[in-house]
Design a binder for this molecule. Structure first.
Ligand SMILES: C[S@@+](CC[C@H](N)C(=O)[O-])C[C@H]1O[C@@H](n2cnc3c(N)ncnc32)[C@H](O)[C@@H]1O
Length: 284
């Protein structure tokens, strides 16, 4: 992606409680109001992944500037009680050792987000365990933690006072997921047809633990649509932005498959809920 590629959004798909836009999350004019209750997202990690429409090989300074821009936009589009669940690397060791997670956390706080906690996701990925540095020698060994972070921020206040106040999490889920070490495997790129999808379990947990039924969930890097799918099946509203048309198509297909088997009539509309932004049924 280069500076000339600042597009306005194009509505790619919409169905009642879910909308997907093809657009660039670096564009601050993509939306013009605060509409988000919960962000669940995984940005590009800048680790040389072969995405169709963005360059995943920026230098580190450029990457941090990219990070600042989209996090600032998300802040502007978020309601005062919004939460922001950011899946990012702990660190990187190729092309210079960097504390990516710590640097992104610092930027988010500079933008205005308040820090709440960090979940460590142990994805059991041993394939990265190939670089040892100096083998069996203290000269320059490498340490690699096969984990990613889900950093939790909020905008103004952590306590939620608005929304439906309906939680749908079970006792077992609540007890397990409030332990901040999450263990589940990653998603297969091949199965999904996207170079870096996260598994459904990740947005599922974030959505059920941190949002109310009918809240609006936003993913500025929607990819194959995993956050949208889990929002729909868990009775939340959802908006996604994805820059690449081919990935939009994958997301659309996955969401369509889910909504076809989803009973919308069974979803209770909550009267006092604020106007669901961009939803056709609310005639904005
Ligand atoms: C790590 S992937 C997200 C994968 C997603 N969580 C899923 O489960 O499929 C990052 C996505 O961000 C998209 N992307 C990169 N730069 C973007 C931008 N400026 N605006 C919107 N999307 C962008 C890429 O095309 C890619 O699909």
């Amino acid at each position: 992606m280069n500076d000339n590629q600042i597009w306005e959004r194009k509505e790619y798909y919409r169905h009642r409680r879910v909308a997907l836009f093809q657009g660039n999350s670096l564009n601050e004019n993509l939306f013009d109001k605060e509409f988000i209750d919960l962000i669940v997202t995984s940005p590009p990690y800048n680790v040389g992944i072969d995405y169709n429409s963005n360059d995943d090989t920026m230098n580190y300074e450029q990457y941090l500037e990219f990070t600042r821009q989209w996090i600032t936009n998300c802040y502007k589009w978020s309601k005062p009680e919004a939460r922001f669940l950011l899946n990012c690397p702990l660190d990187k060791n190729k092309g210079g050792h960097k504390s990516v997670g710590a640097d992104i956390t610092t930027i988010a706080q500079q933008v205005g987000w308040k820090y709440h906690a960090t979940i460590v996701w142990n994805e059991g990925n041993i394939s990265r365990r190939t670089a040892w540095g100096s083998w069996l020698s203290a000269s320059a060994p490498y340490v690699i933690a096969p984990v990613e972070l889900i950093v939790i921020f909020y905008k103004d206040s952590w306590k939620k006072t608005g929304g439906s106040k309906v939680s749908d999490i079970s006792k077992d889920e609540f007890m397990a997921w409030t332990n901040g070490v999450w263990v589940f495997t990653g998603e297969s790129k091949k199965r999904i047809g996207h170079p870096a999808p996260f598994p459904r379990e990740l947005p599922r947990r974030c959505i059920k633990l941190f949002s109310y039924v009918n809240d609006l969930v936003f993913d500025p890097f929607c990819g194959s649509g995993t956050t949208l799918i889990e929002s729909v099946v868990n009775n939340r509203r959802a908006i996604g932005v994805e820059i690449d048309e081919q990935y939009c198509e994958i997301a659309k297909k996955r969401v369509v498959e889910e909504v076809n088997s989803f009973n919308f009539e069974a979803v209770t509309r909550v009267k006092e809920d604020p106007v669901p932004y961009l939803m056709e049924e609310d005639k904005l």
